[in-house]
Structure formats: structure tokens, C-alpha cells
Design a protein around this ligand. Structure first.
Ligand code: GDP
Length: 325
């Protein structure tokens, strides 16, 4: 039998079982750190080797046994602009299956509070900036990540449908470009910030006279540290309820050229930078309107300069053990 829960703002129960899907990734690992620091005692995670979220029977069985009270769905197949445009089938199929399995399984055990995470690429390519939540489904998607975006839009609809059909107070949040520890730093698969950190750091180590970045350098992107994102997630779970997705960002953006210059200076690179315009630029600007989040009581706390320094330090500590795809 399905029981509808009413939402009332306030602290989640620190003793309840809290499942973080994707607990080793950039966002999931930050959420685990945040939950630990907030005093949660029963945080559960499974690696993909332990539980393949694309396997429906395995996921349903896992949930039936664990019966988590809270869930964050931070597991997804993610990647930068080249990975997304080269392997669209994987991004569509894997993400739809992961979402449908985790959301169906959560519904079967009446998860009381669930946060579904997507990405700012769900919005139309030429959405008015900064992008408001209401822009969803008002225009064509950016082709380099349309498959991923459609999967994530399906997830938002799934959460809204569960709310409508079963009355469970689940919510969705759409982060801007995130960065931080446990990110993917592989040159072919990563997003721009880890790619730049690695490229410039390797150039310093090798004494290279120039590096080549992708695209024109003119697109604008907004960056948020994963620890800020995790803090926002817990805040939303404890204080926000509503069917529509909530944007999570820092509220300011920079050009790719500017962020490249900043990374170069943080790692100590003094050589030349060239731009390979045969590589795609993607959408010209992606800056989220974060006023809904501010109304819900949360704003970003980690400045980009501090977040970058921390991420470069983490990268240097983990050079030998980074994932390679
Ligand atoms: P997007 O935000 O979905 O477009 O994804 P990315 O983070 O992969 O790319 C953001 C922007 O950075 C695009 O304009 C890329 O062309 C540019 N960029 C410059 N150099 C790189 C690089 O080495 N890797 C990636 N992924 N993007 C780069």
C-alpha cells in the first residue's frame, strides 16, 4: 500500500537510512561528506560493481531489503561536451534506465524524501539568461548534449508524476557546471574545469611552451563547487517542497578564456594558450537564475578562487589514481 507523506520543513532524522546513489562521484561523494558532517548515522552507498543501477531486478531487490527513508539520486552517466556528443545512446539509455529503476524502487518502498539531480543542460540552447526554471521545454536543446538532457527531463517528469499520482514529496534540483574532488579528469571524458586543471598542470610539469584548449574560448559558463552543491541539497531536502526543479548555481559566470587564465595562474603556468576552433563550443551561455533557491534560503558560499585552489590541491594529491575515462 502506498502512503502519502506531507512535507513539513525541518531537520531530517539523523538515524534514518539514507541511500546516496552515486556516492563515489563528484556530487555523491560531496553529499556523503555533508551528511556525515550533519550527523547522519546510516548513510548507505553501493559501487557500480556492487549494485548495477541499470539492472532493474537488482535495484528493486536492494531497495526492498534496505528500505531507505531518504534517497538522493546522484548516480548518472555524465561527461563533457565531446563524450556527450560522441556517445549519445549511452547517455540516453543508461540515464533513463538508472532513473526509472531507482525512482520505481523508491516508490515501491515509499521513500519519504527523495532528491533527483539533473543538470543545467536541460534548458533550451538559447534560453534567456540567467535561465529561469520556467524556461524548461520552451525551445530546442543544445545538440551536443540533447540525449543526456532528454533523459534528465524525463527524470523531472517522473518525480512530478510520483508527486501527482502517489503524493510523495519528492523534489528535483538542477546544478550548474560542478567541480571539485572525485571529478573525472580524463582528457576525453571530462568537463572543462578538470580538463584545464590537468592540461595546465601537465604543461607546468613538462615545461611545455603552449597548450591547446577546445573551442573559441568565448562561451560563458557558471561554476559551483561540489561541496556547495551538497550543502544546497541538504538544505532543499530539509526546507523546500514543490513539483518544479530548483536551479542550483553560484549566480555568476565567466568566459572559458577567463577560467583558463585563472586555472593557468593557480597552477603556475606562464606559457601560451591556443584555441582549437574545430572542437565544439556548445551552448553560448549557461547561467542559472538562482532566485528561487535564494527564496528557499540558500546561496553559494565557496568563491571560485578558493574552490579552484582546493580542487588543484586534490588533483595533485591524486595524480596516480585518477579515473582514465
Ligand atoms: P558544456 O558546459 O556542456 O558545454 O560542457 P564542457 O564543460 O565539456 O565544456 C564547456 C566549454 O569549455 C565548451 O565551450 C568547450 O569547448 C570548452 N572547453 C575548452 N577546453 C576544453 C576541454 O579541454 N575539455 C572540455 N570538456 N571542454 C573544453
Amino acid at each position: 500500500m502506498t502512503v502519502a507523506h506531507d512535507f513539513s520543513p525541518g531537520e531530517l532524522n539523523r538515524e534514518a537510512t539514507f541511500y546516496v546513489a552515486g556516492h563515489r562521484g563528484l556530487v555523491g561523494s560531496a553529499i556523503v561528506r555533508r551528511l556525515e558532517s550533519a550527523g547522519f548515522e546510516n548513510i548507505v552507498g553501493r559501487t557500480s560493481a556492487e549494485l548495477d543501477l541499470k539492472n532493474r531486478d537488482a535495484v528493486l531487490g536492494f531497495f526492498a531489503e534496505l528500505k531507505p527513508r531518504y534517497v538522493v539520486l546522484a548516480a548518472a552517466k555524465v561527461g563533457g561536451i565531446m563524450a556527450n556528443s560522441t556517445y549519445p545512446v549511452d547517455f540516453l539509455s543508461d540515464n533513463i534506465r538508472i532513473q526509472v529503476n531507482v525512482l520505481d524502487a523508491s516508490r515501491q518502498v515509499d521513500v519519504e524524501r527523495l532528491l533527483f539531480l539533473g543538470s543545467s543542460c536541460i534548458y533550451p540552447k538559447f534560453a534567456e539568461q540567467p535561465i529561469r526554471e520556467e524556461s524548461l521545454l520552451t525551445g530546442h536543446l543544445e545538440p551536443t548534449n540533447d540525449a543526456y538532457a532528454i533523459a534528465k527531463i524525463a527524470g523531472i517528469l517522473h518525480v512530478q508524476s510520483v508527486r501527482r499520482q502517489y503524493g510523495l514529496p519528492w523534489i528535483s534540483a538542477m546544478p550548474t557546471n560542478l567541480y571539485g574532488p572525485n571529478d573525472n579528469f580524463s582528457p576525453a571524458g571530462s568537463h572543462v574545469l578538470p580538463a584545464l586543471i590537468r592540461r595546465y598542470d601537465e604543461a607546468v610539469a613538462s615545461g611545455a611552451a603552449s597548450v591547446v584548449n577546445w573551442g573559441s574560448g568565448s562561451p560563458r559558463r557558471e561554476f559551483l563547487h561540489a561541496d556547495d552543491m551538497a550543502d544546497a541539497c541538504l538544505h532543499l531536502l530539509e526546507h523546500f517542497d514543490g513539483p518544479d526543479q530548483v536551479n542550483v548555481g553560484s549566480g555568476t559566470d565567466v568566459t572559458i578564456r577567463e577560467i583558463a587564465e585563472t586555472v593557468a595562474s593557480v597552477v603556475g603556468y606562464t606559457g601560451e594558450t591556443e584555441w582549437d576552433t574545430t572542437k565544439p563550443d556548445g551552448t553560448p551561455q549557461k547561467l542559472l537564475d538562482v532566485s528561487k533557491l535564494a527564496r528557499a534560503g540558500w546561496t553559494s558560499k565557496i568563491p571560485l578562487s578558493e574552490g579552484l585552489e582546493r580542487t588543484v590541491a586534490w588533483y595533485r594529491d591524486h595524480i596516480g589514481s585518477l579515473r582514465e575515462k
